[in-house]
Design a protein around this ligand. Structure first.
Ligand code: ADE
Ligand code: ZN
Length: 358
């Protein structure tokens, strides 16, 4: 039977308007059920508009938007800064330990639905301490959610304190000192916020001090910034993982080094799309990164703002780039190998991954 053309006067309206459903590939289905680790999630970026409004009401905080719908409608970003402005405004509803707990717990429930078995959560303490929220309120709330995620959901997790690179290194050093009473709750430090104009070298001292404290080191580099920022993250900060790093492909010598040293890249496809780092997911460099032998991983970055959590990132990338089952397994295995878990726990996570492939 010939299909009714959409322009036919007899075509039902709904059929004419409905998008053609795209069947998921075998690899995309595997991507959903495979056990995986998430290594690049800003927990403040998991604040859904509904929770922002609920916390604003609970805490008596005024918002610049009249409704959830109006807030969500403002999520049309042109670059990293246009997103960060709205992301920091959203975080202003977080005042009490229970707020940080509720935010992280909501994330863990989403993570469980996507078969995330281990998560390493970034948080931005300066966003909160600058508003008078004590460091302990932030870390204790997050840590309580991490403990509950382990106990009730079987998801292990770590906390990574990120320094805001648009602020001074002195501010970062003071933040590190303020976090020292909670050192046992932290696995490492990171560097985030406005990249261009704030090179990693600006933070050489605070990262040296962090390393001396035994903290692991990651840094955002090569998201919007040039490959030189990735070199600096490696050579000056001694970063063990590069967050984003997609612009490494502009520098063949850098790709060679990242591959030879097996430096993981925590790539965030939907973030790259929403922040206009790529025009379309079919243009995303994930396949090229894998083909170059790099230890790339899939992550959600700020899922409440970019349209999806882990499985949305996996599925849409797999579909857009026509990735296969082996690519999916490699990406999931990379995420566990690149995590900061101890050797024994890594074996257990890899075992979960193997079982989830069946
Ligand atoms: N903070 C939250 N999301 C970020 C991103 N994608 N890049 C830099 N800083 C961030
Ligand atoms: Zn990020």
């Amino acid at each position: 039977m010939n299909p009714v053309p959409a322009s036919s006067p007899t075509a039902p309206q709904a059929a004419a308007l409905a998008p053609m459903p795209t069947a998921l590939s075998d690899a995309a289905n595997l991507a959903q059920r495979i056990a995986k680790a998430e290594l690049h999630i800003h927990i403040e970026g998991s604040l859904e508009p509904e929770l922002i409004f609920a916390l604003a009401q609970r805490n008596g905080v005024a918002l610049a938007y009249p409704s959830v719908e109006a807030l969500r409608a403002a999520y049309a970003f042109t670059d990293l800064q246009s997103f960060l402005d709205i992301y920091y405004a959203g975080a202003s509803v977080l005042l009490h330990e229970a707020d940080f707990f509720d935010m992280a717990w909501a994330y863990f429930l989403r993570a469980q639905a996507d078969n995330v078995v281990h998560a390493e959560l970034f948080f931005d303490p300066q966003t909160h301490t600058a508003r008078g929220v004590p460091m302990g309120t932030v870390i204790n709330g997050l840590k309580r959610a991490c403990d509950q995620a382990q106990a009730q959901l079987g998801i292990s997790s770590h906390l990574i304190l990120c320094f805001l690179r648009h602020l001074s290194e002195d501010d970062a050093l003071a933040t590190l000192e303020a976090a020292l009473p909670y050192r046992a709750h932290l696995v490492g430090v990171g560097l985030d916020s406005s990249e261009v104009g704030h090179p990693p070298s600006k933070f050489a001292n605070v990262f040296a001090r962090s390393r001396a404290l035994g903290l692991r080191v990651v840094a955002h580099a090569g998201e919007e910034g040039p490959p030189d920022y990735i070199w600096q993250a490696l050579d000056v900060l001694k970063a063990e993982r590069i967050d984003h790093g997609v612009r490494c492909l502009e520098d063949a010598a850098l790709v060679k080094r990242l591959a030879a040293e097996r430096v993981p890249l925590t790539v965030c496809p939907l973030s790259n799309l929403k922040l206009c780092v790529v025009p379309d997911l079919t243009q995303h460099p994930m396949k090229r990164l894998l083909d170059a032998g790099l230890c790339a991983t899939v992550n959600s970055d700020d899922p409440a703002y970019f349209g999806g959590y882990m499985n949305a990132n996996f599925v849409q990338t797999v579909q857009a780039l026509n990735l296969g089952r082996e690519d999916v397994i490699t990406l999931a295995r990379n995420s566990i190998e690149a995590s900061f878990v101890c050797a024994e726990h890594r074996v257990a996570l890899l075992e979960k991954l193997e079982q989830s492939i069946q």
